[in-house]
Write a protein that binds this ligand. Structure first.
Ligand code: HAS
Ligand code: CU
Length: 572
């Protein structure tokens, strides 16, 4: 039936969806490519500092005296490590990956392509603005920048611009989503586009906390002396509370892009199908609902917050573990469908038939396996009383190297193994190197994290500390320290391989054997998901309500009793 004939039978005429043209794709891919380049460059420096730290901890080699003219202290190196890896590598990779996938999922151009340019430029200006004080040792405040430590004002301004840039990425998605929805009132939003939009909205709610901390507390204190005013002073507890409003959902801003791939793409890389598309949507909605109202699980040891609030946040944290448990079962089911389609048999033997020969698939599957341990560690951290045994110990870096350092980073490596060939039009350099890269990362993180978890649990070895110089360094730690160095050896090889693969894929123009298609997993059940899993208002309102309930009273109390006796200090 022709489109013209439709009104005659009472169906409202719909404008045809604006399909993506080659020109649109070129713009999108260029922006995505710039993001990925910045991400990889940041990681190359950030990862190097990781190796320096690990070697220092284990008393193998302290490089810092030799870096003196450039890098003044261990803590400056630690700040660079945390900020470049956890903030810059992740944020740029995510924005690049999402910019690539989102318009393709809707099969329509971004509503305002220029806005994506504004976004990436703002992010890069922010990065440079924050990098200068970090590199000149004027912002050695670690990636959590806890007050009363106070960095130079440009550090906070740079971070603000970086976050604002990432917001703009999200705004462009919302405008595009809205335009699509107006044209398609009754269709379900495609899973990938929906999951990406939910992630960006969650990020927007999350960053309100840190925006308030920076704009009302840190920037005024850092700027006042520069402008010739007395600094207004600050309240560390209030600042930390605003930080962790942001700090926990930040980890889901890293994780959910990996979930986007695990749910919506990875099954297609092993002939699988999405076991349950509705359940995948539910998982993302639950993350929107529950990611933010849990921040006090980072502040169990902080005085001044009544236990009842810590308890409430603990219960909600157990709630936000739930969508990851659903993920563990449903994504594995999606993969199993693929393995069986590839001839896999038996209760477990099918695992061997997964697409292990493809580094892009294998990397993500290995990331998932490490996340089992990272996730269990998270639940342990979240248990109020057990947290007391591990808080501020090496256990915590053990935990986050399995999560952001493995589940997320290893997934991003693996995604890059189809995305970068797609963006450059060049064949991956090479499949075997990439396979070696993902396996060495897997074993590296396994040894490294196992060692750090044990050091924290058995010996309460403190985190965020220049251990090699500590007078209390105990030779009983040696076995685990050596295990961590073994991990570092694997990780160093792996990181070097990754940069080599990225560089050579980019610069060596080996023609692709066949064009690369973005992997998109089909749902097993073709019926559309129920409408309530495609409806924003209950989830969004619920998320806002939960934030107000879980933070409102405590913030009200903290702000009414605010004491600004503390001055920003420079401890480095
Ligand atoms: Fe965490 C501290 C609790 C997840 C990152 N976390 C941190 C810090 C970071 C971080 C960076 O409650 C340090 C912050 C700082 O500097 O102080 N975390 C949790 C909980 C979860 C959790 C409950 N964390 C993450 C993720 C991160 C991350 C994800 C980064 C991406 N975390 C905490 C707490 C602290 C903390 C406390 C404070 C500690 C302290 O005292 O300071 C949950 O989201 C975890 C749920 C996950 C699961 C696992 C599901 C498994 C899946 C894989 C399945 C794979 C299979 C294999 C079955 C329940 C989905 C298939 C294989 C085949 C072969 C087919
Ligand atoms: Cu957390």
């Amino acid at each position: 039936m022709s489109v013209q004939a439709m009104p005659a039978i009472g169906i409202k005429e719909q404008p045809l969806p604006a399909a993506l043209t080659a020109k649109d794709l070129k713009t999108i891919d260029r922006i995505a490519g710039i993001n990925i380049v910045v991400a990889v460059l940041a990681l190359s420096i950030g990862a190097l500092f990781g190796v320096f730290q690990g070697l220092e901890h284990a008393k193998v080699f302290n490089i810092y005296p030799f870096l003196q003219p450039v890098i003044k202290t261990y803590y400056q190196g630690l700040t660079l490590h945390g900020a470049l890896n956890a903030v810059v590598w992740t944020t740029f990779f995510i924005c690049g990956f999402f910019t690539f996938v989102f318009p393709r999922s809707f099969n329509r151009p971004l509503r305002y392509p220029w806005l994506s340019w504004v976004a990436v430029i703002t992010m890069i200006v922010g990065l440079v603005t924050a990098a200068v004080p970090m590199l000149t040792n004027n912002a050695t405040v670690l990636y959590t920048f806890y007050p009363p430590m106070l960095a130079e004002w440009s550090f906070y301004l740079g971070l603000t611009l970086l976050v604002v840039g990432s917001w703009i990425v999200g705004f462009n998605f919302y405008f595009t989503y809205y335009a699509w929805r107006k044209e398609n009132p009754d269709k379900r939003a495609p899973f990938l586009a929906l999951a990406i939009t939910i992630t960006m909205v969650m990020w927007q709610i999350a960053t309100l906390g840190v925006a308030a901390e920076i704009l009302f507390i840190l920037l005024p204190n850092a700027l006042a002396p520069v402008l010739g005013f007395p600094a207004p002073g600050l309240d560390p507890l209030l600042s930390r509370t605003l930080f962790w409003w942001f700090g926990h959902p930040l980890v889901y801003f890293w994780l959910l892009p990996a979930y986007v791939s695990w749910y919506g793409m990875m099954p297609a890389q092993t002939n699988g199908k999405m076991f349950s598309e509705p359940l995948a949507r539910l998982v993302f909605w639950l993350f929107l609902l529950l990611s933010t109202p849990v921040g006090f699980h980072h502040q169990y040891a902080d005085p001044g917050i009544p236990e009842i609030w810590k308890f409430i946040h603990m219960v909600l944290t157990m709630g936000v573990g739930f969508p990851s448990l659903i993920t563990a079962f449903t994504v594995v089911a999606s993969l199993e469908i693929g393995a069986r389609a590839r001839g896999g048999k038996g209760y477990l033997r099918w695992i061997g038939r997964l697409n292990w020969g493809d580094p892009s698939y294998a990397g993500q599957n290995l990331a998932m396996i490490l996340f089992i341990f990272g996730g269990i560690g998270g639940i342990i951290n979240a248990s109020y009383n057990v947290n007391m045994a591990v808080h501020n110990t090496m256990w915590v870096p053990g935990h986050f190297h399995l999560t952001v350092g493995s589940a997320v980073t290893l997934s991003f490596f693996a995604i890059a193994y189809w995305l970068v060939p797609k963006l450059t039009g060049h064949k991956l350099f090479t499949k075997w190197m990439a396979l070696a890269q993902v396996w060495t990362w897997f074993f590296g993180m396994l040894f490294f994290s196992n060692a750090y978890h044990t050091l924290g649990l058995l010996f309460s070895v403190p985190r965020r500390t220049m251990l090699g110089e500590a007078p209390y360094y105990d030779s009983a730690w040696n076995p685990q320290m050596m295990e961590s160095v073994l991990g570092l050896v694997f990780l160093s090889i792996s990181a070097t391989l990754f940069f080599a693969i990225m560089l050579f894929t980019w610069i060596i123009p080996r023609k692709l054997d066949k064009p690369i298609e973005m992997p998109v997993a089909e749902p097993l059940n073709p019926n559309p998901a129920p409408k309530w899993l495609d409806t924003w208002w209950p989830w969004l309102n619920g998320a806002i309500a939960l934030v107000i309930i879980s933070y409102g009273p405590m913030l009200f109390q903290l702000i009414s009793n605010m004491t600004t006796w503390s001055k920003g200090i420079r401890v480095w």
